[in-house]
Ligand binder design. Sequence first.
Ligand SMILES: O=c1ccn([C@H]2C[C@H](O)[C@@H](CO)O2)c(=O)[nH]1
Ligand SMILES: [Zn+2]
Length: 132
Amino acid sequence: MNQEQLIQEARKAQEKAYVPYSHFPVGAALLTTDGKVYHGCNIENAAYSVVNCAERTAIFKAVSEADRDFAMLAVIADTDRPVPPCGACRQVIAELCPKNMKVVLANKKGDIKEITVEELLPFAFSPEDLNE
Ligand SMILES: O=c1ccn([C@H]2C[C@H](O)[C@@H](CO)O2)c(=O)[nH]1
Ligand SMILES: [Zn+2]
């Protein structure tokens, strides 16, 4: 599966978004090293603060199925620029994806930004920081 195909998967994931409050659907597609794709969409709630972003939905689905070896993540939204993941998602991506893994950010116009996990969240708080 290449980058373009993964973006197409993210588009499909975006169609499943549950966004009655923001009306801002986001889709994510997470590729595992053995070629499986996990879709993620944002899922909102009347208690606004408990929204789950598309990126975290995809990652949590994979980890909950014992898939933890990731090769690429694509994210898409109807933004003017390729959609920038929020801080909470950057923290989760930084912990669970390889530092040099490619993250492909896209929008519906076809703009694409490629970035690595490390670039997305430099100087991240990490599990090593918990060691005394
Ligand atoms: O990268 C992003 C940015 C925002 N959202 C969601 C959260 C909320 O449901 C809506 C508006 O912030 O978009 C994502 O899923 N991913
Ligand atoms: Zn997020």
